[in-house]
Each structure stands twice: as C-alpha cells, then as structure tokens.
Design a protein around this ligand. Structure first.
Ligand code: NAD
Length: 282
C-alpha cells in the first residue's frame, strides 16, 4: 500500500509555532513582523497566490504590505523598490512575485534584495550561501520537500535521491539541502538521457519539472518514496502534479498528494522565514 505523504499536519504545526513567535515579536517591538510583497504582473494565478499569502500572513499575525508596481514596471523601478525595502528597518522580509514584466529577468532584479530579508531565497547570493552551507534562506518549496520527508520519517542519509528539475527556485537548492542531509543526489533535467532508468534506480524521487504525467509507476522502483512538487493546470482546470498517481500507487511506499502535500508546507515555511528574519533583525 502506498502511504499518502500529506503536508497538512506538518503545516499546522509550523503555523502554530510561527503564530506564537510572531505574537512574542509584536509584544517586544510594539509592531508585528512585516513582509513586503512586491508584485509587477497582471497574472491571475499570481493574484490568487498573493491573496493566499496575504491570508496566511494575517492568520499568523504578520503584516503584509503588498506593493503593486504594475505589469509594465521596468527593471530599474523594481530594483529601486527592492533596495528601498532592503534598507527599511520597518520591513523584515521581502518577496518578489513572478511572473515579472516582459523583458525583465529575475537575475537582474533579485540581487537588490538583501540576503537577510530574502525569505524565498531567490537572489544569487542566497543560493550561493545555501550551496556553501552558510546561514541564509532556502527557497521555501525546496525546504518544504526536505521537511515533508523528515516529518514522515523517511531516512535521507546515504540514500539515493533523484531530483527531476534543475531550476534555481526548486531543483538546484533542493539538491543542496539534500546534500546537507547526506543524501546521494542525482539532478535530472530536460536533457537527461534515459530518465526512467535514472528515477527507477533511486530510493526517493522528487518530481519538480512542471510536466503532467512525467513520473509513472513504470519508472519508480518498488518501495521508493515519491514527492510531487508539480502544480500544473489540467485540461479540466484542476491542479495536478507531475506524477501519475494512479500508476504509482501500489508500487511506491509513499507518495505526496497534489494538492495537500508540498504546497501547504511551502506557505507555512515562508511565514516561518518572515518570523525568523524579524527575530534575527531585532
Ligand atoms: P521551471 O520550469 O523553472 O523548471 C523546470 C525544470 O524541469 C527544468 O530544470 C527542466 O530542465 C526540467 N524539465 C522540464 N521538462 C522535463 C522533462 N520532460 N524531463 C526532465 N526534466 C524536465 O519550473 P520550477 O519553477 O522549478 O517549478 C517546477 C514545478 O514545481 C512546476 O510545476 C511548478 O508549478 C511547481 N512549483 C510548486 C511549488 C509549490 O509550492 N508546490 C512552488 C514552486 C514551483
């Protein structure tokens, strides 16, 4: 039987801790921890996500300052706002929403976020700090995968983990976090030859490619653990992962659901990062 590796209990436990710490910070400093959420798009999916972040922040006792710079904001405008917030002692944490305006890349604006406030680990400095094993913030989604595995008692030390996806926000930082847990890590991507054989050799498979049905029961080994990071919109409008859950069930020892797996843990960790940034700053 394949266990459902849900993230709801873990998210609730993290959220309870964050709420208590946010309250303690508010009592000490006379103001709540503050997150600046910078938006420069007119994307409905992004608007939905911003709304859900605002709600989570409110539920934790965190102030959320949403700054909409408009869907045609220039790289300079974004950099200036990020730099102002980086220097502002009243702002504890900064998140930059994607997508960015056409022609503006994350690479050219994210360095303006000071690492101590970069709660979603998007700047090159944050990724470098993570790679070096120094204190910094890992992207919340990557961290959520490791926290979910630990929560469900899945051993990582010495085991072979195949990560499918090499983006700077998920695959690469996740590989670093897994190395820090002493896993043996294989990073796969769109140019990987014989992907099914690579994933079939792994004890743990993490699917983070953004491709519906990429990982099936035929390419995981019996007793493997499968974590599904994908959030794809199916033809019927539903959100589905990268894993063909039907075919994996009965083969894998555990599979994280979409929705309800990595997602809620990601949001909970983001809010924990905001509180951590505020604690470190004061
Ligand atoms: P991305 O598009 O930046 O990167 C995708 C990666 O997958 C690339 O490295 C690419 O090489 C690889 N890839 C693409 N097709 C492949 C294939 N056929 N075989 C092997 N590798 C392939 O995406 P991302 O931002 O890293 O996000 C990945 C997925 O995770 C998306 O579905 C995204 O929506 C989801 N996501 C979920 C959360 C969450 O909180 N649950 C957060 C962020 C991203």
């Amino acid at each position: 039987d394949t266990a459902s590796l849900t993230g709801k209990d873990l998210a609730a436990a993290i959220n309870a801790d964050t709420t208590a710490r946010a309250q303690a910070l508010t009592e000490q400093a006379g103001r709540a921890p503050r997150l600046a959420l910078i938006v420069a798009n007119a994307d409905p999916a992004s608007a939905w996500y911003v709304n859900s972040l605002k709600k989570s922040a409110a539920n934790r006792g965190i102030d959320c300052d949403t700054v909409d710079l408009g869907a045609d904001a220039s790289a300079d405008t974004l950099r200036t706002e990020l730099a102002v917030r980086s220097a502002d002692p009243e702002t504890d944490a900064i998140m930059l929403q994607t997508p960015l305006p056409p022609g503006v890349t994350l690479d050219e604006v994210s360095p303006a976020i000071v690492a101590t406030k970069d709660v979603d680990g998007v700047s090159p400095l944050s990724l470098g700090l993570l790679t070096a094993g120094s204190a910094g913030f890992a992207p919340a989604t990557a961290e959520a995968v490791v926290e979910l595995l630990k929560h469900h008692g899945i051993e990582l030390a010495g085991r072979h983990v195949a990560v499918v996806g090499r983006s700077n926000v998920v695959g690469k930082p996740l590989a670093q976090l897994l190395l820090a847990e002493n896993a043996t890590v294989t990073i796969c991507h769109s140019r990987t030859a014989n992907l099914p054989q690579v994933t079939a050799a792994a004890d743990v498979v993490v699917a983070a490619a953004g491709r519906i049905g990429l990982v099936t029961g035929a390419n995981v080994r019996e007793g493997a653990v499968v974590i599904d990071v994908g959030t794809n919109e199916a033809a019927d409008g539903k959100i589905v992962g990268d894993v063909d859950a039907e075919s994996v069930r009965g083969i894998a020892a555990g599979l994280s659901p979409v929705p309800g797996g990595v997602g809620p843990v990601t949001t909970a960790l983001l809010m924990r990062h905001v509180v951590l940034a505020a604690e470190r700053a004061r």
